[in-house]
Design a protein around this ligand. Structure first.
Ligand code: FMN
Ligand code: MN
Length: 631
């Protein structure tokens, strides 16, 4: 398959496949495109890409939902399935040296073909057909979306932000949102763990200016590559060349000493003035489903806008999951599996479910070959690249399907002793995490949900194989509902009468006094009951429907700082259930207080609010919907 040349080439292919809907009715960049795109992703059968050709107050068309399905995302990268990317990377990382001459030649050719696809410099570029400098620079000419009602302004989202390491000269490209402040100034939201921020930190020491370019568009592999968490020594466009099996053509910028993809649609050139104070950026309806709050980030002074004569403005939205970034994240997940396996070869697979918004939940399956092997993996994986930002990490046995969260949570119930198989650790957490007691510093919950062996003191599964009866469920339900403050309870994976159908318990409360989350948790965990129905209890308050496990996990994981919010209870048992040296037999339980945290509970940061569209816009789009032709 021939790699796509640029964005329009890709759009044409989508159109041919019936995966592009062109919308020519007038729509506004303010909220309206978001509402249409969000519905398209969440609620339609095909989740097609959208091209808005009649954007109010603008002449430039807007393209969105380019990576709206897994199949289309694979097509964008020129592979049958996203696993094929991992396969190609695995070939390169395979440690066994080639034995025969033919195998040596083949390996040599493989590496040669990788190097052949490194970016190359060209002189002419469509992205420089129009060059606007000085007075002509006006960011308001771009149809930048104001995505959500409480956003601090319009945000450019599907970016490739380019900068150079002042020491090594190595290039970094990152997908960081860019808030338009005025005609010539914008905000650069590179978070503290990211490549752009590392460069900025180095420039700050020397003062002066840091040159930056913001690229929009290009072929889809190049668009994606800006979001890949590569180590600093790997140029993201080198990676793109590897993915598309063709070099990315670069052209020199007009006003800064940086290179950008020649086939892009639009480039903003400019600089950060290191002597200038940081500026307030945000709030922004973010991919956690909450607003990320306003904070200080560097201002970007635009010296030139270059673009095609008939430029298309590509964009994306984030918000309550799942949203389009699901599949950008999925490419990274698949591409990085073989790299993870270089360090942790026993890892079979891993998965970041969308309800965990990438950084809150990881399931890893692995081949266990010695006692406590799962702990080696948990500690190892917790320090790998951006996996360092994971909040809850769970290891299951190699044959288990990690892409099935319900199955994995059932394994937690089945194999985990909540005293012996869970550890609280601490470490850096994502800059978007709102629950951590301290900004980017939080607890980590590491869980060994593999089947235990004799050598680990137990060969038995934890979960009793006897079924819980309907009357037992009824009995404990009434006792739980009698706890003051409890509004609703639900066991998402429990089936009355079915053995081994253990489930975490969700409890919804309406919090009216400080500390109520912990109090209800204590009461629920302490209820005496032999059926294991309160072995893992999660208390939430900000969930609409407690019977929807996706929403419950999404909220519960977002609102948790394990250091502060996880409670363990341990009840000694009369008869020895386990043969663990140094431990007494016990019925251990774990609880999460995933309620909203208050200042009166000692929470000193500001708690954000959920992303939600204005009713008036929802109504308007309701009326338009039948005529939009999106299905
Ligand atoms: C749609 C989308 C928007 C993103 N926005 C940001 C952002 O505003 N700031 C940020 O630090 N990371 C953001 N990310 C994540 C980074 O792109 C990602 O961590 C990437 O690895 C950064 O590149 P780097 O490793 O070179 O820093 C976003 C990712 C996607 C898919
Ligand atoms: Mn990078």
């Amino acid at each position: 398959m021939k790699p796509y040349h640029n964005l329009r080439d890709y759009l044409a292919a989508l159109k041919q496949r019936g995966e592009l809907v062109i919308i020519d009715r007038p729509v506004s960049t303010r909220l309206e495109i978001t509402e249409i795109a969000d519905r398209t992703f969440k609620k339609t059968r095909r989740s097609p890409a959208l091209l808005f050709t009649n954007v109010t107050d603008h002449t430039m068309p807007v393209a969105i939902n380019l990576f709206g399905t897994e199949e289309r995302t694979a097509m964008a990268l020129g592979v049958q399935s996203l696993d094929d990317i991992g396969g190609r990377i695995a070939d390169l990382t395979r440690p066994d040296p080639p034995k025969t001459l033919m195998a040596k030649i083949k390996k040599g050719l493989q590496f040669a073909s990788v190097l052949k696809n490194k970016p190359r410099l060209v002189k002419e570029a469509p992205v420089q057909e129009v060059v606007l400098t000085g007075e002509a620079v006006n960011l308001h000419r771009l149809p930048v979306l104001t995505c959500w009602p409480d956003d601090g302004g319009p945000f450019i989202t599907l970016t490739a932000v380019v900068s150079k390491d002042p020491d090594s000269g190595l290039r970094n490209i990152g997908m960081y949102r860019v808030q338009v402040f005025d005609e010539k100034t914008a905000g650069l939201h590179w978070q503290r763990h990211k490549g752009g921020a590392a460069h900025h930190e180095k420039y700050r020491k020397s003062g002066g200016k840091m040159e930056v370019a913001v690229v929009l568009g290009g072929d889809p592999a190049t668009i994606y590559s800006a979001s890949a968490p590569l180590p600093p020594v790997v140029d993201e466009w080198f990676f793109s060349g590897f993915l598309r099996k063709k070099p990315v053509d670069l052209v020199k910028c007009k006003t800064v000493d940086l290179e950008v993809p020649a086939q892009a649609e639009i480039v903003l050139e400019g600089y950060v003035d290191l002597n200038e104070p940081l500026r307030i950026e945000g709030p922004f309806g973010d991919h956690t489903g909450y607003y990320s709050l306003a904070d200080y980030y560097p201002a970007f002074h635009v010296t030139a806008i270059t673009m095609r004569k008939d430029a298309i403005y590509p964009t994306t939205i984030v918000g309550v999951p799942p949203v389009e970034d699901e599949f950008l994240g999925k490419i990274t997940e698949r591409a990085f599996l073989p790299l993870m396996q270089v360090v942790l070869p026993e890892v079979r697979d891993y998965h970041l479910p969308t309800e965990g918004v990438f950084h809150n939940l990881v399931f890893i399956s692995a081949r266990k070959s010695y006692p406590a092997h799962a702990w080696k993996i948990l500690h190892g994986a917790n320090g790998l690249g951006l996996m360092m930002l994971s909040k809850v990490m769970i290891v299951v046995d190699e044959q288990e399907p990690v892409t099935d969260p319900a199955h994995c949570w059932k394994l937690v119930m089945k194999h985990v002793h909540f005293k012996l198989d869970v550890a609280l650790s601490r470490g850096p957490i994502d800059a978007l995490d709102h629950a951590s007691q301290y900004f980017t510093y939080a607890g980590k919950l590491l869980i060994d949900a593999t089947r235990k062996w004799d050598g680990e003191g137990r060969s038995l599964s934890r979960e009793p194989e006897v079924a819980v009866s309907a009357s037992q469920i009824e009995e404990i339900t009434s006792r739980l509902l009698a706890i003051p403050g409890v509004k609703q309870i639900h066991w998402p994976y429990l089936v009355a009468g079915q053995s081994g159908s253990g489930s975490p318990l969700f409890i919804k409360i309406e919090k009216s006094v400080a500390g109520e989350g912990h109090r209800v948790l204590e009461a629920a965990l302490s209820l005496n009951n032999a059926c294991g129905l309160n072995r893992f209890v999660v208390v939430v308050d900000d969930v609409d429907d407690v019977t929807n496990p996706y929403d419950c996990w999404w909220i519960a994981l977002n609102n948790l700082d394990p250091l502060r919010d996880v409670v363990f209870k341990d009840f000694p048992l009369p008869s020895p259930g386990y043969r663990v040296p140094g431990y007494y037999p016990s019925d251990a339980r774990m609880g999460w207080d995933s309620t909203t945290k208050w200042p009166s509970e000692g929470f000193t940061r500001e708690w954000p609010w959920k992303v939600k569209m204005d009713d008036s816009v929802v109504k308007k789009v309701d009326e338009w919907w039948p005529s939009l032709g999106i299905d």
